[in-house]
Design a protein around this ligand. Sequence first.
Ligand SMILES: [Fe+2]
Length: 395
Amino acid sequence: MTPAPLSQRFRAVRERTLGLCAHATVEDQLVQPMPDASPTKWHLAHTTWFFETIVLRAPDPAFNFLFNSYYEAIGPRVERARRGMMSRPSLDEVIAYRRRIDERMSAALTAGAVDAALVELGIQHEQQHQELILTDLKYALGTQPVRPAYRDDLKQASGTAEGGWRSFDGGVVEIGADATGFAFDNERPRHRVFVEPFRIANRAITNGDVQQFIAAGGYGDASLWLSDGWATVTREQWTRPLYWDGEQHYTLAGMRLIDPDETACHLSYYEADAIARWRGARLPTEAEWELAASGDPTHGNFADDDILHPSRNGGPFGDVWEWTGSSYLAYPGFRPLGGAVGEYNGKFMSGQQVLRGGSCFTPRDHIRRSYRNFFPPAARWQMSGARLVEDGGLK
Ligand SMILES: [Fe+2]
């Protein structure tokens, strides 16, 4: 299928962002419930700032300080943890700012006066923020006393996953994005790695697995946890995954009974790693994950399916981002993009783990087999889970 023209994709992505916000109240869009969860209003403005500053190269001095995220080359900015302190500009002013930049972008696209590669980056960037709008709104809604639903018209997932394991001989394999088509700089260059024989679970960790881990005293057994993980469990008093409350957990459709067959979500790397160790298994390296994820990357439960919650399918793509045991590092021969966007991915390559596969919050056309997401190991507000791996071949 031929991809839609850039101008059409630009408009569609910009409209979808506003569509996500249409289900939230004005007040929902202003709160910052923790430093990592930005207000929806900030996401709306920052994605616009990206087009204005990076693509149109004409930053508004008044907004540059407010909505720059982390670009040192562009200048100083509001501290991340204080994004929710800005009651001005108002939400209406931010929406008007979006409309203004959209008009300028449309004119520039029609005139062919923009760098198509940067427009593509801006579109992909906005899709990443669409997912963050959902994760951050879920945190804002799911951690307040009444825990309201984001939507009451979400679809229900269907289907069941097959269990079991798949074996791989390993050897010298290639991973990463090839030189054609869009990919982020951190997915390149494609390169060889050596992989020992391994077997990987056909489906991700389920809520039932987590319930068994809890029942076995997993959250209280230091021997199952990495040292930093155990320090986090102790300090934060973790006894169950985020959003779990007895037999129920918070979803964007409100509180729901926990389904043991559903893919588990909102696990930190520490929790995923401890559950794997308890099972006598481990998490895959990203090379193992990419080798095993040979199916169609567009096949899975993505945001387009309008479920916005993991299903029972458990395939490699969709449902949850899967933590890997690989630290987020540069591939051999990595070259960051030129200019300010060189700060997009490369400067975050310390202290984070790679996640793969996309989630039920990810737009379907945003994911690739080589896609590398990354978060710190204690992060649990993302739509994250994991898949188990064992060493050796056939089982
Ligand atoms: Fe951003």
